[in-house]
Ligand binder design. Structure first.
Ligand SMILES: [Cu+2]
Length: 361
């Protein structure tokens, strides 16, 4: 408050040039921070960086609406600026009041302006936006050429069951596809409403109990794409994520073949004992291991090829032995409110179980 000392007789005057420059710098810094957070600061890929045809279509519509909104805003605020300035100058000058005839003419012009500028033009813009969005969405319903694989993804509180019905493959929290080839994805729910979202590849699609929603997904580039649940579904909704992995054709085929195989036989005594522990413990009531447990237990993820997966508990933890041990000891501590209880095991049984699970490649 330096200026108050020598400007006591005036209202404090803001040194306007400097204030403007400072405000400008602040705005620039804030904009940079926001842009960095959105684009680079965090690793979360965004829908405006599409890597597949469906997401590209969505991004196209988004940018179109965005630039329309920018143009409309610029026009509206410019007109508003003019109006404010005019009101100020006419309040200061002693302009004579318009005669009633002039007044009526001005009123007519104003009414026409409001009807066209505030009614007709926005209606035309909204109709165009609706048509564009609907035609864009209609593209998603048409099966593209070259679909070879169907993948059923079932949302559970709070993880993803992933099935390749034509190949007898069931896995979890990881979807593999061949790069550059569309796949049919059938979305279902085992409990409440979830929403399936891979921002760089497609829009959010609801997973509704008792209903199957079908989408077609294609990734232009090989790589790992981030996916998550986009509909609040309970306490661990935030930790309901998955990986969408687009692989070269031969790599994908090899993956599918490995996943279709039954669980690996344990190769040493400890792992053999671990297998018995698994079968006899409550684990087998909720988790399937193909070739080992008879009935399909579907309360928890299929563990047939657990060790081949990159993460545990829907991307809550990297899948390394320490985390696997921690998860089994204290699933509620790691992911509070998830649907796996801690199971009491003797230390020796626990180590044997870990050895067995670690061999499920
Ligand atoms: Cu959710």
């Amino acid at each position: 408050m330096r200026y108050q000392n020598h400007r006591q007789d005036h209202l404090p005057q803001v040194p306007s040039m400097r204030a403007h420059a400072r405000a400008g710098r602040l705005v620039a810094a804030a904009a940079t921070a926001v842009a960095a957070a959105l684009l680079g600061g965090c690793e979360m890929p965004i829908a405006l960086d599409p890597r597949g045809p469906a997401a590209a279509e969505i991004a196209r519509i988004w940018w179109l609406l965005f630039w329309t909104a920018v143009v409309v805003s610029v026009i509206v605020f410019t007109l508003l600026g003019f109006a404010v300035r005019r009101a100020r100058t006419s309040a200061r000058t002693d302009e004579p009041h318009p005669t009633s005839e002039e007044g009526a003419r001005i009123d007519n012009r104003a009414t026409g302006f409001v009807l066209i500028g505030g009614g007709l033009i926005p209606a035309l813009i909204l109709i165009a936006a609706t048509v564009l969005t609907l035609t864009g969405l209609a593209v998603f319903d048409r099966p593209p050429d070259g679909v070879e694989h169907t993948i059923v993804v079932r949302g559970h509180m709070f993880w993803w069951e992933v099935e390749y019905p034509e190949h007898g493959v069931v896995t979890a929290n990881e979807i593999h596809v061949p790069v550059g080839q569309p796949v049919r994805v059938e979305l279902e729910s085992a409990d409440v409403i979830h929403s399936f979202w891979v921002p760089q590849l497609h829009g959010k699609i609801e997973m509704i109990p008792g209903k199957t929603n079908v989408i077609y997904m294609e990734a232009d580039e090989a790589g790992t794409y981030f996916g998550k649940c986009a509909e609040f579904c309970g306490r661990q909704h935030a930790n309901m994520e998955f990986l969408f992995i687009a692989q070269e054709r031969d790599e994908f085929d090899a993956w599918l073949e490995r996943q279709a195989a039954d669980a690996a036989e344990p190769t040493d005594d400890i792992a053999l004992r671990g297998r018995d522990v698994f079968v006899e413990s409550p684990c087998a009531a909720c988790h399937s291991v193909r070739g080992l447990t008879p009935a399909a237990a579907e309360a928890g993820p299929d563990l047939t090829h657990l060790a081949s997966r990159r993460t545990l508990a829907a991307r809550t933890l990297p899948n390394v032995p320490g985390n696997l041990a921690g998860w089994i000891l204290d699933p509620q501590g790691i992911k509070p409110g998830n649907q796996m209880p801690a199971v009491n095991l003797e230390p020796d049984d626990f180590h044997a179980l870990l050895a067995y699970l670690g061999g499920l490649r």
